[in-house]
Design a binder for this molecule. Structure first.
Ligand code: CP
Ligand code: NVA
Length: 336
C-alpha cells in the first residue's frame, strides 16, 4: 500500500478497503501506545513533533475538537483553534486556504456545505480533515467500527450494523460508505421521507460488490435489527436543520431505540452505539424545549438503553481520539 502522506481525509469514498483497514490498525497501535501497552516500535517518540495544525469549526463540537487537540498534543504537534476568522466574510475561502496552507501542516474543518471543505482542500496544498459536514462524518465511522471490533472480536467484514432514525444524515451516510468499503452489512430503518439519497446508495454499489458488503434500506426497525451486532442511532435533527424539528419528531417517534428493539435483534450481546451528543433524558436545554413542545422525555434512544450494559457510547467517544490521531499520523508522516 502507498503511504497516505499528503492526502486529505474528506470522505471514506476516497480510500480503499486496504487503506481504511490500515487506519483502523494504526488506531489500535496508537491506543496501545497511549495506554502503556506494547505497541509497534516504529511508533515510538513524538510522531507529530514540529507540526502545526489548525482547527476550524463553523458548527459546535465537543468530541471532535477535543480529539484533534488531545491527539495532536499527545504526539507533539501545536494546535490553533481558529475562531472569528475572515474566511467567507472578508476573505474568500480560496485565499484563506492558501494562507493557512503556508502556515500549517494540516487543517481540520467542520461546517455545512461539502463544497467549502473541498475548496479548502483544493487550495491549501496540505492535508484537510473533514470533522463533519452536512453530508458526511468520516472520522466518526473509524471510531464506530473500531469500537464494534473491540467489543465483538470480529473483523469489519463480519460486522452487521442497523442504523435506526434519520437515514439520510451525515452520520448514516458516512457509515454506509464505510460499510460498503469494509464489506459490512449495513441496514437502515427510516421512514420513506428520510431514506438515504438514491444516488449515494447507487454510487456505492461497485464498492459493495468488491468488498461483499450488503446495504439494506427498510421502513421496519424490527426487521432491520434481526441478528445484528450493533444498533446505531443519531439525533433526529442535525445541526443546521433546527427548523425541521416538528416534522422530524412526528416522522421519527416510532423509530426510537428501546429495550424492546434491542430484544428484537435476538442477539443478547447486541451493542448500542451513538455518535453523541444524545437526547436520552431532559438534562439539556434543547431536550427541555422539545419536552415542553411535544411532551417527549427521550428522543432517539431511551435513557434505559443509553445507560444499559449494551451501550458502548463512551468507548466510542474515546475512540474518536485514537482514530483521529491515526488519521493525522497517516497523512502527515510516512509511518503508514
Ligand atoms: N460525535 C461528534 O462529532 O461529536 P461532537 O459534535 O461533540 O464533535
Ligand atoms: N448528525 C449530527 C451528528 C453530530 C455529531 C449532526 O450533524 O448534528
Amino acid at each position: 500500500m502507498k503511504s497516505l502522506k499528503g492526502r486529505s481525509f474528506l470522505t471514506l469514498k476516497d480510500f480503499t478497503t486496504e487503506e481504511i483497514l490500515a487506519l483502523l490498525h494504526l488506531s489500535l497501535e496508537l491506543k496501545a501506545k497511549k495506554k502503556g501497552a506494547s505497541y509497534d516500535a516504529s511508533l515510538q517518540g513524538k510522531l507529530l513533533a514540529g507540526k502545526n495544525i489548525v482547527l476550524i469549526f463553523d458548527k459546535s463540537s465537543t468530541r471532535t475538537r477535543c480529539s484533534f487537540e488531545v491527539a495532536a498534543f499527545d504526539e507533539g504537534a501545536q494546535v490553533t483553534f481558529l475562531t472569528n476568522s475572515q474566511m467567507g466574510k472578508k476573505e474568500s475561502i480560496e485565499d484563506t486556504a492558501k494562507v493557512l496552507g503556508r502556515l500549517y501542516d494540516g487543517i481540520q474543518y467542520r461546517g455545512f456545505s461539502p463544497a467549502v471543505i473541498r475548496e479548502i482542500a483544493q487550495h491549501s496544498q496540505v492535508p484537510v480533515w473533514n470533522g463533519l459536514t452536512d453530508d458526511d462524518h468520516p472520522t466518526q465511522v473509524l471510531a464506530d467500527v473500531l469500537t464494534a471490533m473491540e467489543h465483538t472480536g470480529k473483523d469489519p467484514n463480519q460486522l452487521k450494523f442497523a442504523y435506526i432514525g434519520d437515514g439520510r444524515n451525515n452520520v448514516s451516510n458516512a457509515l454506509m460508505i464505510g460499510a460498503a468499503k469494509l464489506g459490512m452489512e449495513y441496514r437502515i430503518a427510516a421512514p420513506k421521507e428520510l431514506f438515504p439519497d438514491e444516488s449515494l446508495v447507487a454510487s456505492l454499489a461497485e464498492d459493495a460488490k468488491l468488498s461483499g458488503a450488503k446495504i439494506v434500506v427498510t421502513t421496519d426497525p424490527n426487521e432491520a435489527v434481526k441478528g445484528v451486532d450493533v444498533i446505531y442511532t443519531d439525533v433526529w435533527v442535525s445541526m443546521g436543520e433546527e427548523d425541521q424539528t416538528e416534522k422530524r419528531v412526528k416522522l421519527l417517534k416510532e423509530y426510537q431505540v428501546t429495550m424492546d428493539l434491542l430484544k428484537a435483534s435476538s442477539n443478547p450481546e447486541v451493542l448500542f452505539e451513538h455518535c453523541l451528543p444524545s437526547f436520552h433524558d431532559l438534562n439539556t436545554s434543547v431536550a427541555q424545549q422539545i419536552h415542553e413542545q411535544f411532551g417527549l422525555r427521550e428522543l432517539e434512544v431511551t435513557d434505559e438503553v443509553f445507560r444499559s450494559s449494551h451501550s458502548v457510547v463512551f468507548d466510542e467517544a474515546e475512540n474518536r481520539m485514537h482514530t483521529i490521531k491515526a488519521v493525522m499520523v497517516a497523512t502527515l508522516t510516512d509511518l503508514l
